[in-house]
Design a protein around this ligand. Structure first.
Ligand code: IMP
Ligand code: MG
Length: 174
């Protein structure tokens, strides 16, 4: 079986959307600072670009959670592989994710983070597949809503490949 990538969202469209999200976040957090909580590994590319578009003071840290294997379906079992180095108590936490699919990963994570006493807790995702949702998670900032297709690029992988693509594409098998 061989795979090819069909472009879904161009590099320019991603960049424009991130600038838009950055402007909106800067406005919403005016007079405050924001703590970007990047979910590894997929969220890295999006987080760094987004951080550059935010004009209020930014700090950031990383967390790694396991919810996916080599398959394309969330297991529902979430394990923290790497936790934050810093406390989020009293901070305006903005969780930055590549994509919200079933929502299982974030449902678990948001509950876990809430218990740590942040001042506020919001969620920003570059992509959202609302048709696939099984957990009740609401996304505060969404880049693009996409149909139920498996996407790669801009941090997202298929079996750890394609994260480095500068655009977002759909994996097609033939
Ligand atoms: P959820 O728990 O089903 O919402 O899964 C969320 C995680 O699964 C995301 O953070 C991604 O790492 C991964 N994921 C979900 N859909 C895709 C996709 O289409 N391409 C690549 N990774 C995906
Ligand atoms: Mg992810």
């Amino acid at each position: 079986m061989s795979e090819r990538i069909r472009e879904l969202i161009s590099e320019a469209d991603v960049a424009a959307k991130i600038a838009e999200l950055g402007a909106q976040i800067s406005k919403d957090y005016e007079g405050e600072s924001v703590f970007l909580l990047c979910i590894l590994k997929g969220g890295v590319f999006f987080t760094t670009e987004l951080a550059k578009r935010i004009t209020v003071p930014v700090s950031l840290d990383f967390m790694s959670v396991y919810s996916y294997g080599a398959q394309t379906e969330s297991s529902g079992i979430v394990r923290i592989i790497k936790d934050l180095d810093t406390s989020i108590e009293g901070k305006n936490v903005l969780v930055v994710e590549d994509i919200i699919d079933t929502g299982r990963t974030l449902a678990y994570l948001l509950e876990n983070l809430k218990a740590r006493g942040p001042k506020s807790l919001k969620l920003c995702a570059l992509l959202d597949k609302p048709d696939r949702r099984v957990s009740n998670v609401s996304v505060d900032y969404t880049g693009f809503c996409i149909p139920d297709e498996f996407v790669v690029g801009y941090g997202m992988d298929y079996d750890q490949n394609y994260r480095n693509l500068p655009y977002i594409g759909v994996v097609e098998f033939s």
